[in-house]
Design a protein around this ligand. Structure first.
Ligand code: ATP
Length: 366
């Protein structure tokens, strides 16, 4: 088993400038075998959370519970968890074999033969058998990364804790290791808490994503849930690339059809959209993802007149940056387009694709 619970976790650092609340009353339950990715902007408390789970940092309040037992007061090596660091943290004077054996010797009283065969099996699984006699200084970044993983795997822990383990690799190797790591985690079925600020990693590797901001949990859900049904404006803006477009709008429901009014357009609301926001004041944030914007004809309802600022053809799709009411927004159009700057373009926001947020709280209303 490897069921991990983070319960009401709070971590406050006392700095010269005052208290810094790095993690604020965080609750996350991770099922046995599940891979949860913690994401969020720099400084949101991801690493501190992971370090509290590992026992490298002691929580100000709250508990870490593994398989029903609180481990909050246990030392790191007493917890049945193995951590992989961004820096790999290999011992430079030890060979790959010694690095992999070291943790096992410290944490267990396994006989020598057993340690030897476990290290060899793990090395085989990771394709690093031929590196067992080499020291970290003679290995490439990708090879060091595999050794660091091997050192964690060989311990057969209940939980893997990974802090940006791929961020020192170049883009190509990173993509390759991402899929390898994911397959490995699934094969081994080890509960994993994985920290990254890389959205692609978060979206593609995780069973569920936990999105943090200012130490607080914003949303936890499957990648597609967080993408399609963001709970608030922060999540909507953080998940998805290019980011969702946001417009400050005012509701005009005085007479006729209720509509959102923005400097660059008026957007009449369907009944079901209005029903979701009625009674919530008159200022909102309207959100639409770049790929949900469609081209329109002049007489289409709610069509918006824009002008093209820049196009970025990427082959399969083209990012088109548009001026709407003096501000820049993005749309993604299929195919390989080059549109002259300054050219007018009519677009529309399909009503079933828009998101609406409370302007004050950022809460998603639709
Ligand atoms: P990054 O993606 O940049 O690594 P993060 O999301 O992992 O960021 P943390 O490293 O957990 O964020 O930091 C959360 C907050 O706590 C930040 O404001 C950071 O400056 C602060 N912090 C972290 N460790 C300490 C410490 N030892 N002493 C004081 N403040 C700290």
């Amino acid at each position: 088993m490897g069921e991990l619970e983070i319960k009401n976790l709070t971590k406050v650092f006392n700095d010269d400038g005052g208290d810094i609340v790095a993690v604020d009353d965080l609750d996350i339950g991770i099922e046995d075998g599940e891979l949860i990715v913690l994401v969020g902007p720099s400084g949101c408390g991801k690493s501190t959370t992971l370090r509290c789970v590992a026992g490298l940092e002691s929580p100000t309040s709250g508990e870490i519970v593994l398989d029903g037992t609180a481990v909050t007061d246990q030392k790191p090596k007493e917890r049945d968890m193995a951590m992989v660091f961004q820096s790999y943290a290999l011992y430079p004077h030890m060979t790959t074999r010694e690095n992999m054996e070291f943790g096992l010797k410290m944490a267990t009283d396994l006989p020598k033969d057993e340690i030897r065969s476990r290290v060899e099996e793990t090395a085989e699984m990771l394709g690093i058998s031929d590196l067992l006699g080499k020291k970290p200084g003679d290995l490439s970044g990708g090879q060091q990364q595999r050794v660091a993983l091997g050192r964690a795997i060989v311990r057969e822990p209940e939980v893997f804790l990974m802090d940006e383990p791929l961020s020192n690799l170049d883009a190509k190797l990173r993509t390759q290791m991402r899929t390898e790591l994911q397959a490995l985690q699934q094969d081994l079925g080890v509960t994993t808490l994985y920290v990254t600020h890389d959205q692609t990693e978060a979206m593609t590797m995780s069973d569920r994503i936990a999105i943090l901001n200012n130490g607080e949990l914003q949303q936890i859900g499957t990648p597609l849930e967080c993408y399609h049904e963001p709970k608030n404006e922060f999540v909507a803006g953080f998940i998805g690339s290019p980011s969702m477009n946001f417009f400050d709008v005012e509701l005009d429901a005085a007479d006729g059809t209720p509509a959102f009014v923005h400097e660059g357009f008026t957007y009449e609301l369907d009944e079901d959209v209005y029903a979701d926001i009625e009674g919530r004041g008159d200022r909102f944030t309207l959100g639409i993802r770049p790929e949900d914007i469609e081209l329109a004809e002049a007489d289409d309802r709610n069509s918006i007149s824009t002008s093209v600022e820049v196009t970025e053809p990427l082959g399969e799709v083209t990012y088109v940056y548009l001026d709407i009411g003096g501000q820049q927004y993005t749309t993604t159009l299929e195919g390989d387009l080059v549109i002259d700057p300054g050219r007018p373009l009519r677009i529309q926001f399909p009503q079933d694709r828009i998101h609406v947020f409370d302007e004050q709280t950022g809460e998603a209303l639709r």
